[in-house]
Design a protein around this ligand. Sequence first.
Ligand code: WT7
Length: 677
Amino acid sequence: MAEKEVVETSEAQIAVHWQEEGYYYPSTEFIAQANMTDKGIYERFSLDNFPNCYKEYADLLDWYEYWDEILDTSDAPCYKWFKGGKINASYNCIDRHLKNNKNKTAIHFVPEPLEEGYQHITYQELYVRVNEFAALLKDFAGLKRGDRVTLHMPMVPELPVTMLACARLGVIHSQVFGGFSGTACADRIVDSGSNVLITMDAYYRSGGLIDHRQNADIAVEHAEKAGQKVDKVLVWQRYPGKYSAKKPMVEGRDFFVNDLLKNYYGARVEPEKMNAEDPLFLMYTSGTTGKPKGCQHGTGGYLAYVTGTSKYVQDIHPEDVYWCMADIGWITGHSYIVYGPLANCASTVIYEGVPTYPDAGRSWRIAQDLDVNIFHTAPTAIRALRKIGPDEPAKYNYHFKHMTTVGEPIEPEVWKWYHKEVGKGEAIIVDTWWQTETGGFLCSTLPAITPMKPGSAGPGMPGIHPIIYDDEGNVLPQGAGKAGNICIQNPWPGMFQTIWGDRDRFVDTYFARYCKDPNSKDWRDWPYLTGDAAVEAEDGYFRILGRIDDVINVSGHRLGTKEIESAALVVQEVAEAAVVPVNHEIKGKEPDLYIALKPGFDASDELAKKISDAICEEIGKIAKPRKVWIVKDMPKTRSGKIMRRVLGALSNKRDVGDVMTLANPEIVEEIREMVQK
Ligand code: WT7
């Protein structure tokens, strides 16, 4: 019964139930050069050696002052890592590399338009740009340690420059994914209490120059309506002096960064000596309610964790060219485009455009031109590239030693194409399972040590000890062959510290379910609930099946069904809204939206479009429903609960099971005719 509940209420229900696959092994060449080849690492990071094992990660960083206590649990489950330590993230990502590597490329920027070529920013140049912008933020915008600032920026080098300038000052940055709408940006401005917004006038996407600045007007207007004053909007320019956004700047509020920077040429700002546990950034993510959660990441713990995992899992060496194709607006980009790679003195690639524009060979041409040897992307991109250009990789002369897949389960046949065609049979693959909340990887193979298994993320990372519980709280043992709720038994340095301004929600959402004693100060009593369903095989490898909560993973991006539903309810004709995930060949999942109207309104294509548009406006285009089904009534239980499970089955053309206990079983047939005709 327990297992049934996990399966029935969740997205896992429609996860493909793959066969267990065989192992793949790294080449001797890979092992010979790998950063981590010592199998003893698992023992060193065993629970017996917890938490002291994490000294090994922290020692990869430069500290102004070393910590006194590795883990303070006195406010469990809000933990403090490396207590007493003083550190600066910007210093660790830039300044400390100047002595030996100032001429090395820190960032390779690939603008979308081919004719713009490539731009290469050295560590020295990054140092100059970050310092000048930090001086501007401090003197012109008046930002100081502990302030929050919202960023709504595209994939351009100015984004890491902005993040690192904030980190230099101890200002907490909150980057909102560039594709989110102005309204979504406003919610995050309000929640974080930012009175400065940093944006860009325009950027390229799939051949068009998108006018992005107008989102700032919407964001500020909505934020101010909700009581959050925004004093300054700092606007970076994609083409300084050449392009101007359609809407004029607001006098006294909006400023072009490039104009202001002229006053700060040559400025230098001493990095703030931050406490290890001071927040570095907020990253909003979707959950079970309509309101996004601001995951608060600390400085020392987070940086130690992403630096260590970039070194040992991404196998980044200073001479590597590393390309993670995610967007910096998501946690993957923060941890594994910016902080982890730069702390390791890598050359990190930032690509403005999409992998398939102008053609399916674009990614491989970039890899060839920049001689990328570590490549990192999501199953949704791999599926798209496999579909539209299966033979493209072979046409380009690049060689990856290492590839990552992240963000959603990868089908074994897609994994095998990635391995054979993209990796040319040479590259190892790591399937890294983790979350916005976790800062860095939870499960993955260690590339030179643990063999790969298609479709499995692998064992827990060294120092991460997963455990699967059933709904009653029983532990499902290794090899049980049953799905359950995967939790992590122990805290780790990359873990978020709390939900910004909402400790109760933090505890309720992530710890209450399996907490052994709510008054305990012992981490052993606070297993972390990930919200995913998983199966653990005999060999201790974890297969992640999908979410057990109301979260849909669309192209590796997390969307809350409740968020989409509340956006639909903004439309005045709408009485009820229900969102269910539908399987999609490329995106993994897409949201299907069911709507019941208020009395007196009739269904029409115009109304369906109006609802769909409202969602794009409230959240962004990524949340656009596959289809808006306006139904006469929702299938409901006798107590009036909408049966999303039934709608999900209908949308995915699956058997709906027994519906006779519903209050209105006849509606199911009617909806089926509409949806499956
Ligand atoms: C959810 C977290 C990981 C950073 C980007 C997404 C799913 C993530 C995998 C994987 C299967 C995965 C989980 C997780 N997920 N990685 N390798 N295999 N599923 O971060 O937006 O916070 O989403 O993505 O369901 O809970 P996020």
